[in-house]
Design a protein around this ligand. Structure first.
Ligand SMILES: *Cc1c(COP(=O)(O)O)cnc(C)c1O
Length: 360
């Protein structure tokens, strides 16, 4: 079986975790601080605050920017649900705009239409979906024109770049996830990055019960602290990230060149893309048959995502706009194939052969 994702934890991670165990300091401490410094330096942001997950990182990012009840946050309907849940956690209201069929991310004309038609939109929450960097020139022009805040969901885009600058360093705040299937992992874990000292200070307080001096609580916070054990894994993974991303890019280049089935639309070889997923579109309503074909040949695939966010059962009661022309078509066409960094040449050739053999 060729799986859609693969986690590789080696001797380095084991040794680093053992060192933390031997130190006896297994909860939040110096290793977390070191990981925050190294990761924020790698991305090119001034401050990094490690958290328990990508989801809590998003929530903390929004809270630290002062986004809350009465505020609207414009975002994409086509993402993992956490990007919108975080908006709801802080008491703000999500507003959705349709996506572009080629980038799978927000359509900027639709974004501007929303901003022109609706008042009260305080922030734009973008998602660098599947590892593809959003067009940051367009986005920065929009946030400047409308004077709104920008939050980047980078849960799928560790190391992705736009004009040689790393994703996660553009917004007022950014959130990363280190879940095992992402481009790098800490088990569970996340990080908020920002260039604003006030956001960093707020985030630092929020993740630790509003406490700077032990048992003196300045605000009602949470316990969202990362552990030294997780951070030790993260430091090892960060060291491997450039090589792992490079392998993903090479795998994508191989597929771009060798997948020739004309029933299939490929995502393109995009500069700065870190190919968290390599996502195909299958024409003619034949995606289910494509997935059966892949399964028969023992090749894993995944539908990210079968439903748009606003049409999820748990959101029905909010009556958000839930019909979007492009999103509703794309969600029925997409299928992601294995692109993880540990595919062998034989496996790449096998996946390609099986895909090229598919007939509608
Ligand atoms: C994974 C993911 C998250 C949430 O990260 P967790 O670490 O699983 O909480 C948020 N947004 C997107 C786009 C993701 O892919």
């Amino acid at each position: 079986m060729i799986y859609i994702a693969k986690v590789s934890l080696g001797e380095e991670e084991k040794a680093a975790v053992n060192a933390v165990m031997d130190s006896g300091m297994i909860a939040c401490g110096d290793v977390v601080k070191h990981f925050e410094e190294e990761f924020s330096k790698y991305i090119g942001a001034d401050y990094g605050i490690a958290t328990t997950s990508g989801t809590t990182a998003l929530e903390v990012a929004l809270r630290s920017l002062g986004i809350g009840p009465g505020d609207k946050v414009l975002t994409t309907p086509y993402s993992f649900i956490a990007s919108t849940n975080a908006i709801l956690y802080v008491g703000a209201t999500p507003v959705f705009a349709d996506i572009d069929e080629n980038t799978f991310t927000l359509d900027f004309e639709q974004v501007e239409k929303c901003l022109n038609e609706q008042s009260g939109i305080k922030a734009l929450l973008i998602v660098h979906l599947f590892g593809r960097p959003c067009d940051m020139d367009r986005i920065q022009a929009i946030v400047k024109k409308y004077n709104i805040m920008l939050i980047e969901d980078c849960a799928q885009a560790h190391g992705a770049t736009w004009n040689n600058k790393r994703i996660g360093s553009f917004g007022d705040a950014a959130a990363f996830s280190f879940y095992p299937t992402k481009n790098m992992t800490t088990g569970e874990g996340g990080m908020v990055l920002t260039n604003h000292s006030y956001v960093a200070e707020n985030a630092r307080l929020l993740i630790s019960h509003g406490m700077k001096v032990r048992y003196y609580h300045e605000s009602i916070g949470f316990n969202y602290r990362m552990t030294n054990i997780a951070a030790a894994i993260g430091l090892c993974q960060l060291a491997k990230l450039p090589t792992m991303n490079n392998n993903r890019y090479k795998n994508a280049a191989y597929y771009m060149e060798n997948i020739t089935n004309d029933q299939i639309i490929k995502p393109g070889l995009i500069e700065g893309h870190v190919y968290h997923q390599f996502t195909l579109r299958i024409r003619n309503y034949s995606r289910d048959r494509f997935i059966d074909h892949m399964n028969r040949h023992q090749i894993g695939s995944g539908i990210f995502y079968p439903l748009s966010i606003p049409e999820q059962e748990c959101y029905k009661k909010f009556h958000f706009q839930s019909n979007f022309t492009v999103t509703d078509r794309i969600k029925n066409e997409v299928v992601s194939i294995p692109v993880h960094p540990f595919l062998s040449e034989e496996e790449l050739a096998r996946v390609t052969g099986v895909i090229n053999d598919f007939t509608v």
